[in-house]
Design a protein around this ligand. Structure first.
Ligand code: 2AM
Ligand code: CA
Ligand code: CA
Ligand code: CA
Length: 258
């Protein structure tokens, strides 16, 4: 990759354009379809934004792998060379029902290593972006590493199905924390962890849900792994725990195999 600094300007521009399209859609009728079930929605805006991101990426990097939620087909996936992950709207249910609490996300990996993550809190107009060589920014402001708070002293984000079904004994984790939060958007919940507003977030996630967050979280000294402490596979959906290093240790003591 030639100039990451230039690429950041370009990608941030794409995301600002996407934001304008998404906000304009609040005043129009949406086309909404269900995917795997009635809780899993996609709209014409999700599809449109992903198409625009893909087209922009292809123009600059014709050879790159693109793994996007709305165009994903299970096939011969690999992470050789450059790979982009696209989640055009993360928290589509919130986009449709609340007009807030959703994000737009992009990530860049080179030979499997995270290079850039971009998570845009669209309604809050806060774009969190960066990577290991530059650090993490919120818009133009450099972020500090969040403090290494223990579970007992912090809020924990948990995906609703995991808490309801007590996956891996997560109800004990919720009880040991200062409180539990659920916002229905992985991107928004990961923002809360990198900002130090929550000590962790755990959910079942797909690669485009956690690709950007992983780059930002690890750059800020947070842990992002499976609940059992094993590394994430960027091409596989799994349980994901992003947390301060201390909270990760506390959670490891309370969780069990499910
Ligand atoms: P999405 O809105 O981009 O689909 C809560 O639903 C969070 O989990 C959202 O970030 C959502 O991303 C993600 N998620 C992952 N798999 C999902 C699924 N099968 N159904 C609904 N949400 C899913
Ligand atoms: Ca979806
Ligand atoms: Ca998502
Ligand atoms: Ca999505």
């Amino acid at each position: 990759m030639e100039s990451l600094e230039y690429l950041d300007i370009v990608v941030r521009g794409w995301m600002h354009d996407a934001r304008n399209k998404i906000l304009a859609a609040f005043n129009k009728d949406l086309d909404v379809w269900t995917k795997s079930g009635r809780n899993d929605l996609v709209t014409n805006i999700d599809k449109e934004i992903e198409k625009i991101y893909s087209k922009n990426i292809r123009l600059l990097f014709p050879e790159a792998n693109i793994i996007g939620e709305e165009s994903f087909t299970q096939g011969d996936l690999n992470m050789n060379g450059m790979t982009w992950f696209i989640d055009p709207i993360d928290g589509t249910m919130n986009f449709v029902k609340q007009h807030c609490h959703f994000a737009s996300m992009l990530a860049i990996y080179e030979n499997g290593k995270g290079v850039r993550g971009y998570i845009y809190d669209v309604v809050g107009d806060k774009l969190y972006w960066g990577g290991p060589d530059v650090g993490v920014f919120c818009n133009n402001e450099k972020m500090k590493d969040p403090s290494n708070t223990v579970l007992r002293d912090g809020l924990i984000g948990i995906g609703a199905p995991y808490l309801i079904h007590n996956f891996c004994n997560l109800q004990a984790v919720a009880l040991a924390s200062s409180g539990t939060r659920m916002y229905g958007s992985a991107g928004i919940q990961i923002i809360h962890v990198i900002e130090g507003k929550c000590v962790g977030y755990v959910s079942y996630l797909r690669p485009w849900d956690f690709a950007a967050g992983r780059v930002l979280a690890e750059t800020l000294g947070l842990s992002m792994k499976k609940i059992d402490g094993t590394p994430l596979n960027m091409l596989v959906s799994s349980d994901v725990l992003v947390a301060t290093k201390n909270a990760q240790k506390d959670i490891a003591k309370l969780t069990k195999k499910s």
